[in-house]
Write a protein that binds this ligand. Structure first.
Ligand code: S3P
Length: 443
């Protein structure tokens, strides 16, 4: 275990305006879609975290160049077949499930073998969920069990598919959408609701796409093999990174924060809906539309009458990366909070449901579990004393950041491993938290 931080003091009151770095999902999509466009794309405010840097390294290995300019990245490409030149390339997606699954979608028409590998955490995750639909397009895979490393061997004779995405996984949906882009004819997808950045980008790029929204599912049709031009994109702030500061503020005393230019796409704002139902008064100011997305400042104040929630499972997908931090609010709220059908949480960078339960119990919170449903018995008087040590499970960045927020708001003497995990999604996390006045010892 490496790079612990020590936290022994609660954060004092603060009143600040901050900005967080670019959205991870959109950054990775921009990099991958730029490789399919004709011309030079410019991406501003690209998140410079390990997951996104691995996306840049991967496209370079596959033969598409990028340049870092003063405040943007340039990616030059020649259209839909730009990645197909090299044989026996090894691509390393590091820790990123999004990169690994989406890049498979753009390799479907590459009849050279490409090996896809990742770090220990990613290598343990399930790839059948994306291999199965891609096989239906005519793609071949060599894979042991269901994990990385795997070899993908695409084909020039792709056929469109009908695909029913039942997990609510935007990664699976997007991999199939990218494959559809490279396939003649119309691919039809029925997808359980999940983040829709890929759909919005396809529309902006004038890729032929139709989306019909139903209550729980979206029906998507994509006509493949349409060339599209390079683009400019200014990546908005990441709501998943902002979430840590929203909760830090809610759980601190007499504090306020304004987070500027955050993406508040409806398919991502589960956390805002959940926290507002728990008595938070989170408001938006300065809302603007940007390329189909909605970008806004988010304002939040401390609250001392948080209440429990019976969280509807229809919000699960739009809060999927935020449950760890939401559980901390439930721990401090009055009454019992219930969350159900959270199996997907155990399929992330670490088995997050299991680990969250373990950490909450370590903090003395009563929590009951039945299959993938949990009940958290909140304690508004929660005030921790004593020592707490948090290993970093599978180098999971969100476990590290959640633990820092718990230490800064609940008290106690904490040693939390491993701070370098923040490079995965949010390299400035500790810098911003210190700017708010947190007393954190790094060694
Ligand atoms: C992501 C989708 C989600 C999310 C991940 C990013 C994306 O995963 O957890 O952090 O960018 O498409 P699933 O699609 O597997 O639920």
């Amino acid at each position: 275990m490496h790079n612990p931080v020590k936290i022994s003091n609660k954060i004092k009151k603060f009143n600040e305006k901050i900005s967080v770095s670019g959205d991870k999902s959109i950054s990775i999509r921009c990099v991958l879609l730029a490789t399919q466009a004709i011309g030079i794309s410019r991406i501003y405010n690209l998140l410079e975290s390990e997951d996104v840097l691995n996306a840049l390294k991967s496209i370079k290995r596959l033969g598409v160049n990028y340049k870092k300019k003063k405040n943007f990245y340039e990616i030059e490409s020649f259209g839909l077949r730009s990645l197909n030149k090299l044989n026996r390339v090894v691509v390393n997606a590091g820790n990123s499930g999004t990169l690994a699954r989406l890049i498979l979608g753009i390799l479907v028409d590459n009849d050279n073998e490409v090996t896809l590998k990742g770090d220990n955490s990613l290598s343990g995750r399930d790839f059948t969920r994306v291999i199965e639909p891609l096989k239906k397009f005519g793609v071949n895979f060599i894979v042991k069990k269901k994990n990385l490393p795997l070899i993908i061997k695409g084909t020039k004779f792709l056929r469109p598919i009908n695909y029913y995405e039942k997990l609510g996984s935007a990664q699976c949906k997007s991999a199939v959408m990218l494959a559809a882009l490279k396939t003649p004819g119309i691919t039809k997808i029925k997808a359980k609701k999940s983040r829709n950045h890929t759909e919005l980008m396809f529309k902006e790029l004038e890729i032929p796409i139709k989306v019909i929204k139903e209550k729980y599912y979206d029906l998507i049709e994509i006509r493949g093999l349409t060339n599209f031009n390079s683009f400019e994109y200014r990546v908005p702030g990441d709501l998943s990174s902002s979430a840590f500061f929203l909760v830090l503020t809610l759980l601190s005393k007499e504090s306020k924060i304004r987070i500027t230019n955050v993406n508040i796409n409806e398919t991502r704002t589960g956390i805002i809906k959940i926290l507002n139902r728990m008595n938070a008064k989170i408001v938006y100011k300065n809302k603007k539309k940007y390329k189909g997305e909605i970008v806004s400042d988010i304002l939040v104040k401390s609250v001392n009458n948080l209440k429990g929630i019976r969280c509807p499972k229809s919000l699960n997908s739009s809060a999927i990366d935020e449950f760890l931090i939401i559980f901390l609010v439930a721990a401090k709220a009055k009454g019992i909070s219930t969350f159900s059908d959270l199996g997907e949480l155990n399929k992330k960078e670490s088995p997050r449901l299991n680990i969250a339960i373990k950490l909450l119990k370590m903090m003395g919170i009563k929590i009951l579990r039945k299959n993938n449903d949990i009940k958290i018995y909140g304690n508004p008087k929660l005030n921790l004393k004593g020592k707490f040590i948090v290993k970093n499970y599978n180098k999971d960045h969100r476990i590290f950041m959640m633990s820092c927020i718990a230490a800064l708001t609940f008290g106690g003497n904490w040693k939390i491993f491993d701070k370098d995990s923040t490079y995965t999604s949010f390299p400035h996390f500790l810098k911003i938290i210190k700017q708010l006045g947190a007393d954190i010892i790094e060694n």
